[in-house]
Design a protein around this ligand. Structure first.
Ligand SMILES: [Cu+2]
Length: 445
């Protein structure tokens, strides 16, 4: 059904107000005449697609892997009236470290346990009010031994995501934002993790991790390292971090020929007639590296050879404000003070899959990957996004624990020359308006 809706949107041949001239050449798959044939072919399993009320649509492939759990690949977005633009080659969680503040425990939940296999939970209508999609999930490991029963493990749900836009300058235009949420639940120890990927009708991608289940009954400690959750000043549940890293391999219509940039707006110390002057700068990230977040800083991955109708390179911004930054433990110790980062960029390498405990000869983790390729040009770009959450347990966490969330946003920046889904009457708004005083200034010259 979802496929049909997408193809219907594509087949409508909506007026091409967003002429992504160059993008058209980068489209990998043309929609076919057969309405049952999806717009993307998957190496494994059936593709997923979802169209929105504004006419935009997402397509992708998915599979369940023993370690990372939900792996999304061939992720493409079709802005309203346009062909599908390949956005990401792949997206998955790449590690989840849980170090306890008393120093007595650290788990690596992806590489030691894994979100797939028997840890991935069959969903019921309480956890998933949308469509529950089944696939064969091995009971043990990768399925080489034992059985792989077909179970409903993927939740696909379109939700109302609040006000998308409103403008009453002239005739009122307003619309809701919709979000297509894909998620699975994996039980690792006492925690139950929700791996969720939300795809917006505006082109945003929001990977997030929810944690519920129960606090560890083995990890109680003293008052310096925990919080009393029993009666009185007793039963201090150990504080701990949930340190997640996601791996995103970029496509942007030109896999292997991309660039990365860091944006900073810095205070100059000077004032204009009314406000402090800030200088905005873009710095190319020329080589694999690790970077830390600061106020007014973001990163983007762009496609120099693919432009939108305004002639701007299409790109996606990585937004991670408000995270509890963290330094990696264990096998990244030998990198010393450099062990912390919020975002890292490397070139894609199929051997480099996990942020830590990668367990392969190409390196133990991101810091090794970066150190070993620090002189290489950055082209086939993988972003490693590290988002920490320091969990000081509350009385409300038992029992079960209130779900707590952490994540980040990938935001389209100049993917289209104007907004996705332009309301009637706003088609011509692009740059300085005709009646602006800036235009009048031009006329006087
Ligand atoms: Cu926790």
């Amino acid at each position: 059904m979802r496929t049909r809706r997408l193809l219907a949107a594509l087949a409508l041949g909506l007026p091409s107000v967003l002429l992504l001239g160059c993008v058209a050449g980068a489209v990998s798959e043309e929609p076919t005449a057969d309405p049952e044939t999806p717009a993307v072919e998957c190496e494994e399993g059936e593709p997923l697609s979802q169209a929105f009320d504004n006419g935009s649509a997402w397509t992708m492939c998915w599979q369940v892997q023993e370690d990372v759990g939900l792996l999304l690949t061939d992720i493409g977005f079709a802005p309203t009236g346009d062909d599908t633009i390949p956005i990401l080659e792949s997206l998955a969680i790449a590690q989840l470290e849980v170090p306890y503040d008393d120093g007595e425990r650290l788990t690596n939940d992806i590489t030691e346990a894994g979100f797939g296999s028997g840890r991935m939970q069959t969903l019921t209508e309480t956890e998933c009010v949308g469509e529950r999609i089944a696939t064969a999930v091995p009971n043990v490991g990768d399925g080489t031994y034992g059985k792989s029963p077909v179970r409903e493990v993927l939740c696909s749900e379109v939700v109302d995501d609040g006000l998308g836009y409103r403008s009453s300058d002239g005739a009122l235009v307003a619309d809701r934002r919709q979000s297509w949420q894909l998620g699975s639940i994996s039980k690792v120890g006492w925690y139950e993790y929700v791996a969720q990927y939300a795809f917006g009708s505006d082109g945003t991608i929001s990977p997030s991790l929810g944690a519920t289940g129960d606090i560890s009954p083995l990890d109680f400690t003293d008052e310096e390292h925990g919080w009393p959750v029993g009666e009185g000043d007793h039963d201090h549940a150990a504080s701990h971090s949930h340190n997640a890293v996601w791996r995103a391999h970029w496509a942007l219509g030109a896999t292997g020929d991309l660039r990365a940039e860091q944006y900073d707006a810095t205070e100059t110390g000077e004032h204009g007639s009314e406000s402090p002057i800030l200088d905005g700068t873009l710095t190319e990230i020329a080589h694999p590296t690790t970077l830390e977040w600061e106020n007014r800083r973001w990163w983007r991955v762009l496609s120099p050879s693919v432009e939108n109708a305004d002639g701007h390179p299409i790109s996606y911004e990585i937004d991670i404000d408000g995270t509890d930054s963290f330094a990696f433990s264990e096998d990244q110790h030998d990198h010393g003070d450099e062990a912390g980062y919020d975002v890292a960029f490397t070139n894609a390498d199929e051997c480099q899959l996990f942020a830590t405990h990668n367990g392969r000869e190409c390196g133990a983790g991101v810091l090794d990957f970066v150190a070993d390729s620090a002189e290489d040009p950055l082209r086939d770009i993988v972003s490693w996004v590290a988002v920490g959450f320091h969990h000081v347990v509350r009385d409300e966490d038992q029992s079960p624990m209130d779900t707590h969330w952490q994540g980040f946003t990938l935001l389209p920046r100049d993917l289209t020359a104007q907004r996705v889904g332009i309301p009637s009457g706003r088609e011509d708004v692009n740059g300085i308006p005709e009646d602006s005083i800036w235009r009048q200034g031009e006329d006087d010259e």
